[in-house]
Ligand binder design. Structure first.
Ligand SMILES: Nc1nc2c(ncn2[C@@H]2O[C@H](COP(=O)(O)OP(=O)(O)OP(=O)(O)O)[C@@H](O)[C@H]2O)c(=O)[nH]1
Ligand SMILES: [Mg+2]
Length: 367
């Protein structure tokens, strides 16, 4: 059995985690599920002393249990599936004499975090659990067999046969948790994105004074307060022509496609902050996929390295370029970081409220 671990993300709040322990997120698991077989129908006859008319009275078998998958609130890893990989729904009970129906088998409900994708053995997508409470039927339990009472007719008044229940069905599944970042950091290389992530979360991404330090996305859990948390993604810097493959390209923009908001960091120590903003903006537009319409918090970064006049001049320049007021921040000095996180979290909450309002459609999948 193969499991893939990623070491991207902080699963636990910083306080619960020993210092220097790299965070592991169980990203992908293989599990084996089996639906419940239906119970057999019964063959039985009523024979009682002094009662004139007997007859077949074998009851039907019970239905076998279904296998469901459900997106549960409060889970953020698939780690439970590391300890148990086999799940079997209950078998339907046999029918019995005196027209008694067999009991239905118990269902299996696999609880998974929001953002889990379920695939078949060949990695074809079966279900994408994107909303809390969403439930998808993976395997339907077998029907119970008819008891002999069911086969009684005008010709055959004493049938001696009953149906067996439907058999159980096995299925091999892959479950993959695509970590969904709530907030994405964008900017030119060296803008200070990784530094900001480090200031905002317990994540410890590589930070260095040269472009393209970050080669793959870093995710961090931001804990604003108890119960107020979200995932922040730091992706490699974008440069002009990124959408055509320049630099590391836009390969990683997929990680911020589902975010509620983008925090666009502009390095305040560079010559032309307006141009820096436009370059990244242009790449987002060229990439498309809704990134161009996403809410954007624009922030002038590295203000600790600027004197007050330069800072104000740069902020005015940036604001003129983007057409909005801009925030001022320093990831390195921790100035203005919390304010941006709070603002972003407000947008995350607003977005989650909207999604919850759109009711999850019941989905059914059959092998
Ligand atoms: N003075 C100052 N320097 C900063 C600040 N934030 C980052 N830096 C410096 O800027 C350089 C780049 O920082 P990173 O956080 O690696 O930048 P990045 O945006 O992640 O860069 P890429 O991964 O290459 O896209 C490093 O030398 C940091 O120390 C800040 O707020 N103030
Ligand atoms: Mg970086």
């Amino acid at each position: 059995m193969k499991r893939v671990m990623t070491d991207w993300v902080d699963a636990k709040p910083a306080l619960e985690r020993p210092v220097n322990e790299p965070m592991k997120f169980l990203d992908q698991v293989k599990i084996y599920v089996r639906s419940g077989a239906g119970g057999g129908g019964a063959v039985s006859f009523r024979r009682e002393k002094f009662i004139e008319y007997g007859g077949p009275d074998g009851g039907d078998g019970g239905k076998g249990g279904d296998v469901w998958v459900e997106a549960a609130d409060g889970l953020n890893t698939l780690i439970d599936y590391r300890y148990q990989q086999h799940f079997k729904a209950g078998t339907g009970g046999h029918g019995m004499g005196r027209n008694r129906h067999g009991a239905n088998g118990e269902d299996v409900v696999l609880k998974v975090p929001v953002g889990t994708e379920v695939m078949d053995e060949d990695k074809n997508m079966i279900a994408d659990l994107h909303t809390v409470g969403q439930r998808v039927l993976l395997l339907k339990g077998g029907n119970g067999g008819f008891g002999n009472a069911h086969f009684k007719g005008p010709i055959n008044q004493a049938p001696r046969h009953a149906n067996p229940g439907q058999e159980a069905v096995d299925l091999v599944l892959w479950m993959r948790l695509k970590l969904i970042a709530d907030v994405g950091l964008v900017g030119l290389p060296n803008a200070g994105k990784s530094t900001f992530l480090a200031a905002a979360s317990a994540a410890r991404p590589k930070i260095a004074d040269y472009p393209f330090t970050t080669l793959t996305p870093n995710l961090g859990m931001v804990d604003l307060s108890l119960g107020e948390r979200f995932i922040l993604a730091d992706i490699p810097g974008l440069i002009e022509g990124a959408h055509e493959g320049a630099g590391i390209g836009t390969r990683f923009l997929g990680h911020v496609e589902r975010t509620a908001v983008l925090v666009h960091l502009v390095d305040g120590t560079q010559e032309d902050v307006g141009d820096a903003w436009r370059t990244v903006r242009h790449e987002l537009l060229a990439y498309g996929e809704g990134l161009e319409d996403k809410s954007e918090i624009v922030a002038l970064n590295k203000i600790d390295a600027l004197d007050p006049e330069t800072r104000d001049a740069k902020a005015a320049e940036l604001s003129a370029a983007c057409g909005h007021p801009v925030r001022m921040v320093s990831g390195a000095a921790g100035m203005g970081v919390t304010e941006i996180l709070r603002e972003a979290y407000g947008m995350v909450r607003a977005r989650k409220g909207e999604i919850a309002a759109e009711e999850a459609e019941p989905e059914v999948w059959r092998p």
